[in-house]
Design a protein around this ligand. Structure first.
Ligand SMILES: O=C(O)[C@H](O)[C@@H](O)[C@H](O)[C@H](O)COP(=O)(O)O
Length: 246
């Protein structure tokens, strides 16, 4: 039975620090029973700030990073190395400082001559997910899947009223994203919901209505974040402003 908790921290800076500490503890806990940990990262200011705080937290040195696999919940469909790619920002914030083997980092394929459109990228990522899935599954069982949330309650690149909300399969191409860039690739709900733990991390007063709508359980067509939950735990990590209690 999946549980849902809401944790509120006073401000965005402490939210990022506390989420980083919580993430490191979750990885260490998992590694006390299994060497392999699968984490799914998010883009966005809070998501990247959390990764930077992981790099700053001395506890990160206690993790056996050689056993950690890193994935992404969505990606801006841009060329490799583009500063707006979530992968690029994650590498700069954290990954370049960690001894994670290159083969354990699973970016969503970037735009290139061989990957000319989000459809190709999404299909390739679905294959990569399947290649690391336990028997009988199509995707890895992420230990923690991080999601930022927009003021419209989007998570990953699942936007209100967009067709990807009802996409079958495990990844989907996105065109016409209301948040630039317009072309993206996203995990679908099926993949998000395969995670043991889903953590939605949000900060700022501009997110308060979306938080309230999502926690109230409004339909995913208007509040996509309401459809993001894990098999064991769903954790909402907020600052006071996003929680509407500032
Ligand atoms: O590619 C992206 O933009 C992110 O994955 C997106 O889902 C982000 O997490 C939210 O838009 C929140 O972003 P902020 O934290 O910057 O508001």
């Amino acid at each position: 039975m999946s549980t849902r908790s809401v944790v509120v921290h006073p401000d965005a800076a402490l939210l990022a620090k506390a989420t980083a500490a919580r993430l490191l503890t979750a990885v260490l806990d998992r590694q006390s029973t299994a060497p392999r940990v699968d984490l799914c990262l998010t883009g966005g200011t809070v998501g990247i700030r959390t990764l930077a705080e992981v790099a700053q937290d001395p506890v990160h040195e206690a993790v056996d990073w050689t056993g950690v696999h890193l994935w992404w919940g969505d990606e801006r469909f841009l060329a490799d190395g583009d500063g707006d790619r979530n992968e690029t920002q994650a590498r700069a914030a954290l990954l370049r400082d960690l001894p994670v083997p290159a083969e354990n980092i699973h970016p969503i394929p970037a735009r290139s001559s061989s990957v000319p459109d989000p459809e190709t990228s999404a299909a390739l990522y679905a294959d990569e997910l399947a290649a690391h899935a336990p028997d009988g599954s199509s995707v890895p069982e992420f230990d923690v899947l991080l999601l930022g949330m927009g003021p419209d309650a989007h998570v990953a690149s699942l936007f209100p009223g967009h067709p990807e909300l009802s996409a079958s399969g495990f990844t989907a191409p996105v065109h016409g994203s209301p948040k630039p860039p317009s072309e993206r690739v996203t995990l679908t709900y099926a993949t998000i919901r395969s995670a043991r733990q889903v953590w939605v991390v949000a900060a700022g007063a501009e997110k308060a209505d979306a938080v309230a709508s999502s926690l109230r359980g409004d339909d995913v067509t208007v509040a996509p974040a309401s459809g993001a939950y894990g098999t064991e735990r769903t954790l909402w990590l907020l600052d006071a402003a996003a929680a509407g209690s500032a």
